[in-house]
Structures are given as C-alpha cells and as structure tokens.
Design a protein around this ligand. Structure first.
Ligand code: ZN
Length: 109
C-alpha cells in the first residue's frame, strides 16, 4: 500500500514537472501548442499569460504537497494532518493522495 502511494506520488511529481515545463515555454511556443494564434489581440495574450502564471502557482503548490507527502511516508506520518495530527479521511486520501492536511485545516490555510 505504502509502496503504491510512493509510486503514485513520484508519478504525480513527474507529471507536475512536465506541466510546469510546458507553461515555462515562451508565450509564442505555448500559443502554438495550446491556444492558437490570436492575431492582433495583444490584450488577450497578456490575459492568457496571467492565467498561465496562476496555473503555474497552483501546480507549484501541489508539487510542494507531493514533496511533503513523500517526506511523511518516510517519517511514517503519512495519512495524518500536519497541523492537528489527526488522521486524514481515507476518501480524501483516495481523491488527493498528496493531501497533507485534513479538510478543516486545508480550508483554514
Ligand atoms: Zn488537521
């Protein structure tokens, strides 16, 4: 079970690294790949770029949780909340295997 979680977390970390690498491409490359060209719409290009930065921030935050979850696996605290120390609900861990906080503390963060 723990081995499966470790594999899953490593796979997720690789996936996040790939996604961030894609976002870090220059806007021109990025546009060619996923947005298409919007000729003459400089403003919406800028908005796209801002949206990308927000997505990138989200990916980075998730990656930090994945890293923390891997450390917790090593420490033997995986599945318990980093703030209150109570067990994280199993359904939550199934949906978000990198969850390091219970629902209550996550909402407060
Ligand atoms: Zn908690």
């Amino acid at each position: 079970m723990d081995t499966d979680v470790a594999l899953l977390l490593h796979a997720k970390r690789d996936e996040l690294d790939d996604q961030m690498a894609t976002l870090e491409l220059t806007p021109d490359d990025q546009g060619a790949i996923s947005f298409g060209k919007r000729v003459g719409e400089g403003t919406s290009m800028a908005v796209d770029r801002l949206a990308q930065v927000a997505v990138h921030d989200g990916l980075q935050a998730t990656r930090a949780d994945v890293e923390r979850a891997l450390v917790k696996l090593d420490e033997g605290t995986y599945g318990t909340c980093d703030v209150c120390g109570r067990p994280i609900a199993e359904a939550r861990l199934e949906a978000l295997p990198w969850a390091v906080l219970c629902v209550e503390d996550q909402a407060r963060r």
